[in-house]
Design a protein around this ligand. Structure first.
Ligand SMILES: NC(=O)c1ccc[n+]([C@@H]2O[C@H](COP(=O)([O-])OP(=O)(O)OC[C@H]3O[C@@H](n4cnc5c(N)ncnc54)[C@H](OP(=O)(O)O)[C@@H]3O)[C@@H](O)[C@H]2O)c1
Length: 366
């Protein structure tokens, strides 16, 4: 295929811009879509792409944006947990679709679009970001070492100087203080988003950071995928005070469950920028798997800098694979099993991001 047309919705956002920048030399005709024409045009010009003005909530604008395109990469976020309007519109136009969105129900429920995607020959893949794409690749590699899986634990912490985008903060606020179902002792139990806080020891230079319970696709997908007895996913930000501040929002949410916390995302991003000079660029995520004998194996990706390359890697690598080899299959899938751990490690190494392995609670260099 010569010069396929690819549109990146949210292509000048935090992760969208990293994907766009890396896809620019691919030979594809690149389009950057979003609601802010001045930001969008400046960024599109800088990578020799074209800007398309599009509010994805506007059906006509979305249809015009998708029409004639080979692939749409969505880095704008799903706007509600069960809103499949963007992937549905792509399927209707026979446009392939890759989405960084990591809402638990959104990713776990995508199979409901499988029949319509297959009928149109479209590849639809959601959760093309750290969770579940990279975490599942790491868990799969660790689970190989055990006959039966006792527990899978994922912990993630971002460096304070790596500014999170509004869409990422909105997706965290969507579950803070609300019930979260987790698989514990072979059955579903109800906990609360951003509770179960603990300090977790990441490999150097990240070190000890606070993490709390998150409502992510891994919690829904891993129990059956790996036949695990327990699955938990915790994340946090570098500055301990911010973790507690988000916890306070959770307490308020518990008192008033109907409050729309996601609307605070813009304000929180603005507020966190005031503290950007504190902390570091060091981030990491770690996956630990315990076998039924109690032995534990762990694997962490450590980013002393360039941390945002990790969440942007799956969509980028998947898009490159599709451009090079065509779609892996027609249908609608969570982003698990499409990219290997070795592919992630190879792509991330030039950015100084490395893998560390651990056993029974202690880390050693890979
Ligand atoms: N799975 C994971 O591990 C993981 C980790 C991190 C992030 N993510 C996901 O990655 C996605 C991007 O996050 P981010 O932090 O990069 O977001 P961001 O910096 O806030 O960027 C979002 C982009 O989308 C655009 N946008 C927002 N609403 C739009 C609309 N209605 N129509 C068209 N464009 C719109 C924004 O531009 P305008 O506002 O100017 O339109 C912006 O360019 C989110 O879905 C987030 O949940 C996943």
């Amino acid at each position: 295929m010569t010069n396929p047309r690819i549109v990146i919705l949210g292509g000048y956002g935090t992760f969208g811009s990293l994907i766009a920048d890396q896809l620019a030399p691919s030979g594809a005709q690149l389009y950057i879509a979003g609601r802010d024409a001045s930001k969008g045009n400046v960024f599109a010009d800088s990578i020799h792409a074209q800007f398309i003005h599009c509010d994805a909530r506007n059906t006509d604008a979305l249809r015009d944006t998708i029409s004639g395109k080979y692939l749409l990469i969505n880095a704008a976020g799903p706007f509600q947990a069960k809103d499949y309007s963007i992937p549905r519109a792509c399927i209707e136009h026979g446009c392939h679709y890759i989405d960084l969105g990591d809402g638990r129900e959104y990713v776990a429920g995508i199979r409901q679009l499988d029949d319509s995607a297959r009928a149109k020959g479209a590849f639809v893949c959601v959760g093309a970001s750290t969770t579940p794409a990279v975490t599942s690749a790491a868990a799969a590699e660790l689970c190989r070492h055990f006959r039966r899986i006792g527990s899978i634990k994922v912990a993630l912490s971002a460096g304070n100087r790596n500014q999170a985008g509004v869409s990422t903060i909105a997706s965290i606020l969507a579950y803070v203080g609300l019930p979260v179902r987790i698989w514990q002792g072979g059955r579903w139990r109800q906990k609360t988003g951003w509770e179960m806080g603990e300090f977790f020891d990441f490999p150097k230079p990240v070190g000890r950071r606070r993490v709390q319970l998150c409502d992510v696709p891994d919690l829904a997908l891993f129990p059956s995928m790996f036949q695990a007895e327990n699955v938990v996913f915790k994340a946090g930000v570098e500055l301990t005070l911010f973790n507690y501040a988000i916890g306070v929002l959770g307490l308020l949410r518990k008192l008033r469950p109907a409050s729309n916390m996601s609307a605070l995302a813009q304000l929180l991003v603005w507020f966190s920028r005031l503290f950007k000079s504190l902390g570091t660029t060091h981030g990491s995520f770690a996956v630990s798997v315990t076998g039924d004998s109690g032995a534990e194996k762990s694997l962490a990706f450590v980013a002393p800098q360039n941390g945002p390359r990790v969440p942007s890697a799956p969509a980028l690598l998947l898009a490159r694979n599709v451009l090079a080899h065509g779609i892996p299959a027609a249908g609608a899938f969570p982003c698990v099993g499409f990219i290997s751990l070795a592919q992630f490690a190879e792509y991330l190494a030039p950015f100084g991001i490395f893998v560390v392995r651990g056993e029974n609670g202690s880390w050693s260099s890979a």
